[in-house]
Write a protein that binds this ligand. Structure first.
Ligand code: ZN
Length: 360
């Protein structure tokens, strides 16, 4: 096992550059090594850090991060479709395509931990000098001609998660959708709902930069959740309860708020991660006392080459402009803790940072 440089969580709100992140000497037969060209920290990385990995203590001391694009440096003997030097989008989850879960349509849910360390438990995340992935043919996607690195690095989680959430919402043309929480995934969900044929799309947040992008992405209404009666205002503007709700943030209390504006028979898709360990309580009345046919789905990022390639096609064809999310740009791995600090310090101008793996 070699050791390399990476960014690790050391405790509550603390990160460090470590030179002890392990990588195998060789990729597994279906695997590949990838040199990162660009990284993007995520709210869920920050959430893990802010809670000191309370729910996932085995991640302490391991490399953080899961959104990365890079260049292949080595491939295993059984990799057919990629070669050294290819520039690729790297899956942020690690689906197991040869598994019983895959036969059930849930390849993504066969993961032994957040960073998919099934065959290499110390693997950690992708904020490292050289990253490692298994099943390269299925879990990498080529970066198409004409899209930039910073557009491409919005694919593995921002697009792959938000579009999967809206797909699972299953809305009809003209249906109304409320997106509760418009950080980067919520904003991408706004765009996904618009492209999926929604009518009214309510973008609920509090920060001006996010409202600006929400409007550019096609939201029909921007709603400030600090307004005292914002939930009632949504129902009034919509002419009734909404058909679908996407939940992208908050502590768990927002689940009840989302259900309170959802029509009977509607679906709420949760895209938030709850790592704090605190229980989530719901007032039964907002859930139709349990028999209102209100479905709650906890949806995870969909990975895999096909889905990532489809997301990339949305960029190539100009239907999604993911670069609108990027508010901060850095250069060099040493800047990753600073970029993560934007989340930890609740910077009101932040939507999404990227870090180029160079030191310009
Ligand atoms: Zn992410």
């Amino acid at each position: 096992m070699r050791k390399m440089k990476g960014v690790v969580i050391t405790g509550k709100n603390t990160l460090a550059i470590s030179d002890q992140c392990p990588i195998p000497e060789e990729p597994c037969p279906t695997g590949a090594f990838i040199r990162p060209l660009i990284w993007s920290p995520c709210t869920s990385d920050a959430h893990l850090c802010a809670t000191g990995c309370a729910s996932l203590p085995y991640l302490i001391g391991k490399a953080v991060g899961h959104e990365m694009c890079g260049e292949i440096t080595k491939v295993g003997a059984e990799v057919h479709d990629f070669k050294v030097g290819d520039r690729v989008i790297v899956c942020s989850v690690m689906p197991m395509w040869r598994s019983l879960e895959a036969q059930d349509g849930m390849a993504k849910q066969r993961q032994d931990n957040l960073y998919g360390g099934v065959d290499f438990p110390d693997r950690g995340g992708s904020f490292v000098e050289e990253s490692y992935i298994r099943d390269a043919d299925m879990n990498l996607a080529p970066i198409p001609q004409g899209i930039t690195l910073e557009q491409a690095v919005m694919v593995p989680d921002m697009m792959c998660t938000a579009f999967e959430g809206v797909r699972q919402l299953g809305i009809e043309f003209g249906a109304s959708v409320a997106v509760l929480g418009i950080g980067p995934v919520g904003l991408m969900a706004v765009r996904a709902a618009v492209l999926h044929g929604a009518g009214n799309v309510f973008a609920i947040g509090s920060r001006k930069p996010c409202f600006t992008v929400a409007k550019e992405y096609g939201a029909t209404h921007t709603v400030d959740y600090h307004a005292p009666d914002y939930l009632e205002d949504i129902v009034e503007a919509n002419g009734g309860l909404v058909d679908g709700v996407i939940l992208c943030g908050g502590s768990g209390k927002e689940l009840g708020k989302g259900l309170s504006i959802l029509k009977k028979g509607g679906t709420l898709v949760n895209l938030s991660a709850y790592f704090s360990g605190a229980p989530i309580e719901i007032d039964p009345s907002v859930w139709g006392f349990g028999y209102g046919d209100k479905t709650i789905k906890g949806v995870g990022c969909r990975g895999g080459r096909l889905w990532m390639s489809r997301m990339a096609q949305l960029i190539v064809t100009g239907r999604v402009q993911p670069e609108k999310l990027i508010t901060h740009r850095y250069h060099g791995m040493d800047k990753i803790p600073e970029a993560m600090g934007l989340f930890l310090n609740h910077d009101r101008n932040l939507i999404k940072p990227v870090i180029y793996n160079d030191s310009i």
